[in-house]
Design a protein around this ligand. Structure first.
Ligand SMILES: NC(=O)c1ccc[n+]([C@@H]2O[C@H](COP(=O)([O-])OP(=O)(O)OC[C@H]3O[C@@H](n4cnc5c(N)ncnc54)[C@H](OP(=O)(O)O)[C@@H]3O)[C@@H](O)[C@H]2O)c1
Length: 248
């Protein structure tokens, strides 16, 4: 593998929101030669991107068999990945809302938060590892959230979402240590995107000052700047959208 070999990105959770915008910006800025984009629910916006460099794959990140079969398809076309951006996350859906207090907790909902927000990312790290053994710079970035910071938690609430992002951060820190031995050119980070105008934040935007609510375009531009400045020594760290380090 040398610098002339094709560069390939994998964007996970690309059907809408921040992930979809990562796909758009990777393509429009010609950052790579090929983009694999995964979706859980078929996404008309993703498949409507008219670009032969884009390859879409279905993947529910809670099903390891679906991660494995998407990876198998990629393996038939390439052996290397240079940027993996995992944008999967859940805060609410038709059946669940973030818990305001202890009386709202239930086991199934807590498990679901961990399956989607934490375990999915580490299973992804397991399956993509063989693609990262090359010598070129590679990034494995997962979108976390500042509310997952234990040191920063002043408000309480959102038990499952918070704790699942905290677990995500620990999983990725641990992956960074193992990758440091097995694929040392890969930088593993978690990133806080800032409050971004997507369906995930929409029910909770009322108290957010307009200048603190980012468009997906702005968020992805900012996160790409952070990614572009990462050094090998940053692997295992948790960064905010402005490039500052967040407390664990
Ligand atoms: N928006 C914010 O203010 C904000 C703030 C802090 C952190 N974040 C984090 O940023 C990331 C992206 O969120 P977003 O704001 O772009 O929200 P979003 O538009 O709701 O995107 C979330 C993505 O995760 C996917 N997903 C959910 N469950 C999945 C599963 N089981 N398997 C595979 N994919 C699944 C969704 O797929 P479907 O399209 O099928 O639902 C969707 O593509 C998340 O990790 C979120 O926690 C967002």
């Amino acid at each position: 593998m040398d610098d002339r070999d094709p560069k390939t990105a994998l964007i996970v959770g690309a059907g809408q929101g921040i992930g979809l915008e990562f796909v758009r910006q990777f393509l429009s800025e010609n950052r790579v030669d090929r983009v694999y984009a995964t979706y859980r629910t078929p996404s008309s916006e993703l498949v409507a991107i008219p670009d032969p460099r884009l390859h879409c794959l279905q993947m529910d990140i809670t099903q390891e068999s679906q991660i494995a079969s998407a990876i198998q398809k990629i393996q038939t076309e390439t052996t290397t990945l240079h940027a993996i951006i995992n944008c999967v996350g859940v805060l609410h859906d038709g059946a669940m809302q973030p818990e305001k207090s202890l009386r709202h907790l239930n086991t199934d909902q807590l498990l679901h938060y961990f399956q989607v927000n934490s375990i999915g990312a580490v299973m992804l790290a397991k399956h993509v590892q063989p693609f990262l053994k090359h010598r070129n710079r590679a990034i494995f970035a997962t979108i976390s959230a500042k509310v997952g910071s234990i040191g920063d938690n002043q408000l309480g609430g959102w038990y499952g979402y918070r704790a699942s992002k905290t677990a995500l951060n620990m999983f990725m820190r641990t992956v960074a240590i193992e990758y440091g031995r097995t694929c040392p050119s890969t930088i593993v980070v978690t990133l806080h995107p800032g409050t971004t105008d997507t369906q995930l934040s929409r029910p909770f935007q009322r108290n957010v000052a307009p200048e603190k609510l980012f468009s997906v375009d702005r968020t992805v531009t900012q996160l790409l700047q952070v990614i572009d400045h990462l050094q090998n020594s940053d692997s295992g760290e948790f960064f905010s959208w402005d490039g500052s380090r967040l407390p664990w």
